[in-house]
Structure formats: structure tokens, C-alpha cells
Design a protein around this ligand. Structure first.
Ligand code: TYM
Length: 333
């Protein structure tokens, strides 16, 4: 990490298969961010256990996610790539920040309410504390910018509130982070229910396109995507959610603006339009999937990346944690 350079931090949970929403919301911007900033990209396996996971699967998905980061062009020489549980400071700072976060704030979190409804038999403390752990992740590294999708906006606001509160109570300690939301792609919706966020754990398998899907499957899902009866490719999320969502996807995966895409598909029928969107997605993710598979055959290399990343991350995180411990009055030896 270079002194004085702005820092970017983000993380993804190794739960289920990643969707093109995860790619569009954050990963698509990583390569250019890596050029301009010091980046730290984590695998958030501690967040993952707030809903039940099959242990062997969680382990495998953690490794796969590291491979995916590299396959998407993250350079582990430049960027710190690590697994959250390998750096104990996350749990430690989370505990300290818990004492500066109110129960009411956590109860108001939309994601907590949604997940509590979805997992009514397992409303555990971790699920409620999730945003505080996320704040700890971000604040440990003095992060200036956090590239995430729209669904994480509220969590980012809480991280900022906690940072400001702590800084005001003690003295300036934490950098107050800013969210980086993509102009397009910050919220990719379900192909079958285009007013609902595309998610890793959707009930309708045709609604989400996964980064592990093969070309045939991708094309099949796009052919079935819900549109409307107007027969005009135009961006208007309120009255044309399906078509607008497809335009957003195309814009991210074909690297074009919405206006360029609208122009390109003027007078084109929905059938042809949907095929073009599917092609753009397949063209982008097929080489990534192939590279991920190649990397996964070299577990030794992936483990060396994780180990090096954890050491570099720990070096930064430990310094922040020591500052916090000193300010809150923990006796240091
Ligand atoms: P997770 O694993 O749910 O999602 C990873 C990233 O993908 C974005 N995303 C989407 N973007 C656009 N459209 C969608 N349909 C869509 N679905 C998901 C998410 O906004 C996110 O950027 N809490 C985080 C992980 C995390 C984190 C952090 C992020 C843990 N600690 C610190 C930033 C900083 C999460 O659950 O992401």
C-alpha cells in the first residue's frame, strides 16, 4: 500500500453462486479502480455464516471466490486479496463498535428485516450485527471508497454514522468512507420479476443468471426474460422494468452507455434484443469462468495468495485496532 494514495475496500460473501448482479454492482469496476487506487478485496465468510451454510461447501466457495477475483483481473501483487476470517481484527473491532451502535439502528435495517422474514427460524444475533461487522471491515483499512451495489447503501450509511460517532466521542480515528455506486448496474433485477433485485438465492431459477452458467443456459434464461407489450427498446424503469433491466445488463456487459444501447436497438424486436443481451453476457463471463476453473486446479497458488493477502491486511488492520483500543481505554501491554 502506498502512503497518501486513496484506498478502496469491498467484499463479497461466498454464499451460493454469484450472479451477474454481483458482477455489475461491483466487480465490473475493479480493474479500473485497481489502476487508480490501493485496493483491498475481501471474501466475507464471516458474514456468510449469518445464514446457515454447509461447512464443506462454504470452504469450497471461499476458494472459488478467491479464484474468481483473480479471474476477473485482480492482480494480487498490487491488490490485497484475503479472506475475512484470516484477520482476527474484524471480529475484535466489531465487538468494540457494538458498544457504539444502537439496537434500534440495527432493527431498522431493510436487509435485516428481509432476511429475518426469509429465515424466520434462524434470526440470530449475527444477522442483526451484520452491518457492524461490515463497518468494522471498512473502517479497519482507512477506506476512502467502497464500490457496492444499491442494496448495500444503507449498510454503508451506518458505517459512516458509526465512524463519525466514534470520531466525535474520542478524536479523529476513522476515515469516513464514501460509497461508489455504478451509474448503471447498481441494481440488476430478476429476469422473471424485473421489479425485484436479482439475488444469489432466488426461488425461480430462470430469474437469476449465475457466473457459473454455460452459454446455452444463459441464452435460454434471456430468451425467457419478461418484457412488455410495447415492442420498443427504451429505458424507462417505471413503466418498462423488464426492458430497462435488460438495457442495464447490456450496458454493463457490452460496455456501452444506455443511450448508445437504445440507439443500437432502435426498431429491433424483443426476440433479437434479448439474444444480443445474452450474447454480451456470455462473451464476458465465459473467459472468466474458464480462467477461474484453471486457477482452481492450482490450490497451492490460491492459498499462497490468501496467505500473503491476510498478512498484508493484518498489518494495516492491527494498527487501526491498536489506535481504537488505546482511545477506548483498553490497557495495552
Ligand atoms: P453480497 O455478497 O450480497 O454482494 C456482493 C456485491 O454485489 C452487489 N449486488 C448487486 N449489485 C447490483 N445488482 C444486484 N442485483 C446485486 N446483488 C448484489 C452488492 O451490493 C455487493 O456490492 N455485505 C456485503 C459484503 C460485505 C462488504 C463488506 C461490502 C461484507 N463486508 C465491506 C463492502 C464493504 C454483501 O452482502 O455483499
Amino acid at each position: 500500500m502506498t502512503e497518501g494514495r486513496k484506498r478502496v475496500y469491498t467484499a463479497i460473501q461466498p454464499t451460493n453462486n454469484l450472479t451477474i448482479g454481483n458482477y455489475a454492482g461491483t466487480i465490473t469496476r475493479w480493474q479500473s479502480l485497481q489502476r487508480d487506487y490501493d485496493c483491498i478485496f475481501a471474501v466475507a465468510n464471516m458474514h456468510a455464516i449469518t445464514v446457515r451454510q454447509e461447512p464443506a461447501e462454504l470452504r469450497q466457495r471461499t476458494l472459488s471466490l478467491v479464484a474468481l477475483y483473480l479471474a476477473c483481473g485482480v492482480d494480487p501483487e498490487k491488490t490485497v486479496v484475503y479472506v475475512q476470517s484470516h484477520v482476527p481484527c474484524h471480529a475484535e473491532l466489531c465487538w468494540a463498535l457494538n458498544a457504539f451502535t444502537y439496537v434500534g439502528e440495527m432493527e431498522r435495517m431493510t436487509q435485516f428485516k428481509d432476511k429475518s422474514a426469509k429465515h424466520a427460524d434462524n434470526i440470530n444475533m449475527g444477522l442483526m450485527d451484520y452491518p457492524v461487522l461490515m463497518a468494522a471491515d471498512i473502517l479497519l483499512y482507512g477506506s476512502d471508497f467502497v464500490p457496492v451495489g444499491e442494496d448495500q447503501r444503507q449498510h454503508l450509511e451506518i458505517a459512516r454514522d458509526i465512524a463519525v460517532r466514534f470520531n466525535n466521542l474520542f478524536s479523529p480515528t476513522f476515515t469516513v468512507p464514501e460509497g461508489l455506486f455504478g451509474k448503471v448496474g447498481a441494481k440488476i433485477n430478476d429476469l422473471q420479476e424485473p421489479t425485484k433485485k436479482m439475488s444469489k438465492s432466488c426461488e425461480n431459477p430462470n430469474g437469476s443468471v449465475f457466473l457459473t452458467d454455460g452459454k446455452d443456459e444463459i441464452m435460454r434464461k434471456f430468451k425467457r426474460a419478461v418484457t412488455d407489450s410495447e415492442a420498443c427498446v427504451r429505458f424507462d424503469p417505471a413503466s418498462k422494468p423488464g426492458v430497462s433491466n435488460l438495457l442495464s445488463i447490456y450496458s454493463v456487459f457490452a460496455d456501452k452507455t444506455i443511450e448508445e444501447a437504445e440507439k443500437q436497438f432502435q426498431g429491433v424486436g424483443y426476440g433479437e434484443f434479448k439474444l444480443a443481451v445474452g450474447e454480451a453476457v456470455a462473451d464476458k463471463i465465459t473467459p472468466i469462468r474458464e480462467e477461474q476453473t484453471r486457477l482452481l486446479s492450482d490450490k497451492g497458488y490460491l492459498e499462497s495468495v490468501m496467505k500473503d493477502g491476510a498478512e498484508r491486511a493484518y498489518g494495516i488492520a492491527r494498527r487501526t485496532l491498536s489506535k481504537v483500543y488505546k482511545k477506548i481505554g483498553f490497557y495495552q501491554i
